[in-house]
Design a protein around this ligand. Structure first.
Ligand SMILES: Cc1cc2nc3c(=O)[nH]c(=O)nc-3n(C[C@H](O)[C@H](O)[C@H](O)COP(=O)(O)OP(=O)(O)OC[C@H]3O[C@@H](n4cnc5c(N)ncnc54)[C@H](O)[C@@H]3O)c2cc1C
Length: 743
């Protein structure tokens, strides 16, 4: 540490220590002030300038050192100096003190905090870089956070000191006036009756309602800015118009109709969106048929001497479509109309913050004015600009369902969940599949051993998995198609009949009015929303894949609740979308399911954790089913049974994880999971056994020694002295009997 830093640290430590050692806080209490009020006022009458200077210096020191007592000092300022002088003195003293605290925090901590927590501070840094002054102004005006916290935290951000000073001075002014005024009223109390004086009651009411009024003012100012160039209709045709009838849009409109709001749901293509038509439903139906074939191939494992399957891929794909059609009524126009939703098939376009124009298939147009709009326009597959790729008409998750002839050789580009699910399914139907992934592992978000298990399983199904391979180009030579890939500067060609691109999905943000309205999008090109799912315009919300950050059906539905409720009832209360305990599953074999943290994330984020693993190869039901593979891996908070996350790899992992989702969501720890009766023999017992592994890791050698001696004594084999002799080891030998890894 530089000498100057050491000096500042020592000085501050000494001042703070003196404050506590000499109990200086007692001078900053209402009682002390009331006791000395007469003397203080007399001193002020005789020495007005000295009084102001001493008060000013004390105020600056208290706020500069972030000591408690600034609020009492402000009240006292009102009592001593009166409203006008009090406001002027407090305003400058508090701003100078705050800036000192800000500078100290910046000088001592910023570099260290930015290097250590840079990742976590990214959004704050970005917020400050984008709208630093107004962000700080809102924090100053609405006293939601203690002022000293704002001073210290702002010191860690890139905001300029000068900006900090003037924004603080202006932003704190309204609060200062309210507090100083309350101080002038407190000074007037001479008897108990004074407590009920209108002036004092008024001051208390002001103190109470100030945060709410200030918050409303900040919201109103922000809203005025974004809506300035638009004319708001006098009345509205709808309470809410929802754009897109995928998972997010369906749930949004369902909730709106359920609470008797007038809602229109606009869909330009197919009701049910991606999940029903090109996503979850067809993929799971395809995977089911592929799994059946894999079981036929494994028939000997089940004691069946010979089993063969004769199939036509076209019929498999027809079954997939039949499944989609069977589920279709759940999302149909008829069902939603019956629920009270006005469903319109057509292309929606937002023309102003309260108007949606709908172009219908028959060429007619409709215009609806609406109090709120919910954008639920989903996402589409991203096709990277690889030379030659577009020319071979690649398959994506949108059109792969049209295939009726099984590709003999299939290249799957992408090692994420969608690419992996389809890779294994096509391999099991008999395609020669090569999966190409640029990163060092497939399913990179999961822990390395998860990727390794899935990769081994793919290879057993005949897949060639190429990791660290970058797709460079697609060539057609002599009627044959090739993907050129590069690994460690060596190029190689892979011949294929079809190529399936599954390298990610991009949100649908273009072509329906967002650009014209200036609705912001994020760096990852999703619609930018705040914690209430409001876009740049507080009456326009976004949810589901179009807004991210997760792109699953269940998260789309989860977000839809917030979008719908905040749109319809936000004027009374708004709800922050809760992303704790978000689960997901990849339906490969072995299935991979997760909720919360995994080990690699805990390590990356520097979160202290204990890893508890139970191998499913040991589970009775898994053995009986011939599926004895995989594991349950739980990330636990050290020294407690709190679950930070869980990953399950194995048969029905996506179902089994629900126990951990419920536990995390409702604050249930591993002790309670262990104390829950699980039916024998089921796969769900794996969760209980994982909890058992954790429990055993909490048992110490000292406890075991002690118990051994105790039971020996009850058998008459050892004396009481032996038991008592183990008491010290009971208290000191904390080594676990069965260690699990902890970080
Ligand atoms: C192959 C595959 C497998 C998947 N498997 C799973 C899984 O197993 N589990 C899971 O949870 N998730 C899965 N997903 C993801 C899941 O499908 C999506 O997260 C989900 O569909 C998102 O719903 P959404 O409502 O946000 O968007 P979408 O379902 O895409 O719906 C958006 C709708 O908006 C419409 N629209 C867009 N613009 C306009 C406009 N201007 N006017 C009118 N309508 C418009 C679109 O036509 C579309 O119907 C899978 C996805 C794929 C591709």
């Amino acid at each position: 540490m530089r000498k100057s830093r050491v000096f500042v640290v020592v000085l501050i430590a000494a001042l703070v220590a003196a404050y506590f050692a000499f109990d200086l806080g007692r001078f900053l209490s209402i009682d002390y002030f009331r006791g000395q009020q007469g003397a203080i006022e007399a001193f002020f009458r005789d020495h007005p300038f000295e009084s102001a200077a001493i008060y000013f210096a004390v105020y600056v020191a208290v706020t500069g050192l972030s000591l408690p007592g600034a609020a009492i000092l402000t009240l006292a300022g009102g009592a001593i100096f009166g409203l006008l002088s009090g406001v002027v003195i407090v305003s400058f003293a508090s701003t100078i003190g705050a800036t000192l605290a800000f500078l100290v925090s910046r000088f001592l901590l910023r570099d260290w905090v930015q290097s250590r927590f840079g990742d976590k501070l990214k959004p704050i840094n970005a917020g400050i870089a984008k709208e630093g002054a107004s962000y700080l102004f809102a924090l100053r005006l609405v006293p939601a956070f203690p002022f000293f916290v704002i001073n210290l935290v702002m010191g860690l951000t890139p905001i300029r000191a000068r900006t900090f000073y003037w924004v603080s001075q202006v932003g704190m002014l309204a609060g200062t006036v309210v507090y100083v005024y309350a101080g002038t009223q407190l000074a007037k109390i001479t008897s108990l009756k004074g407590i009920l004086s209108p002036g004092l009651l008024g001051a208390f009411v002001l103190l109470g309602i100030f945060p709410f009024v200030a918050k409303r003012i900040v919201q109103a100012v922000k809203a005025r800015r974004v809506y300035a160039k638009w004319t708001k209709p006098a009345r509205f045709d709808r309470n809410v118009v929802v754009i897109g009838a995928g998972s997010a849009g369906l749930v949004t409109s369902y909730i709106a109709a359920a609470v008797k709001a007038k809602v229109t749901l606009v869909e330009r293509h197919l009701m049910g969106g991606d999940c029903l038509n090109t996503g979850c439903v067809p993929s799971k139906a395809l995977i089911r048929s592929a799994k059946f074939l894999s079981h036929v191939r494994r028939s000997k494992e089940f004691g069946i001497r010979g089993a063969t399957a004769d199939f036509d891929f076209a019929e498999v794909m027809q079954r997939v479509q039949a499944i989609v059609r069977r589920i279709e009524p759940h999302d149909s126009v008829e069902r939603y109309t019956g629920l009270g939703v006005d469903v319109v098939i057509g292309e929606a376009r937002i023309t102003d913050p309260w108007t949606v124009e709908i172009s219908k298939a028959d060429g007619t147009k409709a215009r609806l004015t609406t109090k709120n709009i919910v954008i639920a326009a989903g996402a589409r597959p991203f096709v990277p600009p690889i030379p030659g790729l577009a020319e071979v008409a690649p398959l994506t998750s949108d059109n792969v369902w049209d295939l009726r002839v099984l590709p003999r050789r299939l290249v799957v580009l992408g090692g994420g969940p969608i690419g992996s699910e389809l890779t294994q399914a096509f391999a099991r139907f008999g395609s020669k599949v090569t999966q190409v992934e640029m990163l060092p592992r497939i399913m990179i978000r999961e822990d390395p051993e998860v990727s390794a298990l899935v990769k081994r399983s793919f290879e057993a199904d005949g897949v060639e998995v190429l990791v660290n391979h970058k797709a460079k180009q697609v060539l057609v030579e002599g009627g044959e198609k090739f993907l050129v890939v590069e690994c460690e500067s060596v190029e190689k060609r892979i011949a294929f009949d079809e190529i399936l691109v599954a390298v990610g999905r991009v949100a649908n943000t273009a072509g329906y009015g967002l650009e014209e309205l200036g609705i912001a999008v994020t760096k990852t090109r999703t619609v930018e929303v705040n914690e209430f799912l409001e876009t740049t315009y507080p009456n326009i919300f976004a949810c589901g894949d179009v807004a991210g950050p997760y792109q699953f059906t269940h998260t789309a539905a989860h977000m839809a609740w917030y979008a719908s409720v905040n749109a319809l009832f936000g004027r009374f209360r708004r709800f922050r979308v809760d992303y704790s305990a978000i689960p997901w599953a990849t339906f490969t074999e072995p299935e991979v399911a997760r909720v919360g943290l995994n080990e690699q994330e805990a390590l990356e984020k520097g979160i202290a954790h204990q890893v508890v693993t139970y191998g499913i190869d040991d589970l009775d039901r898994a053995i009986a089913d011939g599926e004895a593979h995989g594991f349950v891996k739980v990330i636990v908070k050290p020294g407690s049974d709190a679950i930070l996350g869980a990953t399950i790899v194995g048969e029905h992992a996506g179902d089994l994880i629900t126990e951990f989702i419920a536990a995390m969501r409702h604050g249930i720890g591993l002790n309670r999971v262990l104390g829950t009766i699980h039916i024998y023999p089921t796969l769900a017992e794996a969760n209980k056994y994982a909890a058992g592994v954790w429990k055993r890791s909490t048992v110490t050698r000292g406890q075991m020694d002690f118990l051994g001696a105790f039971h020996a004594w009850t058998r008459g084999e050892g004396g009481l002295a032996g038991v008592l002799g183990r008491v010290s080891s009971l208290l000191t030998d904390k080594r676990p009997v069965e260690p699990t890894s902890a970080h």
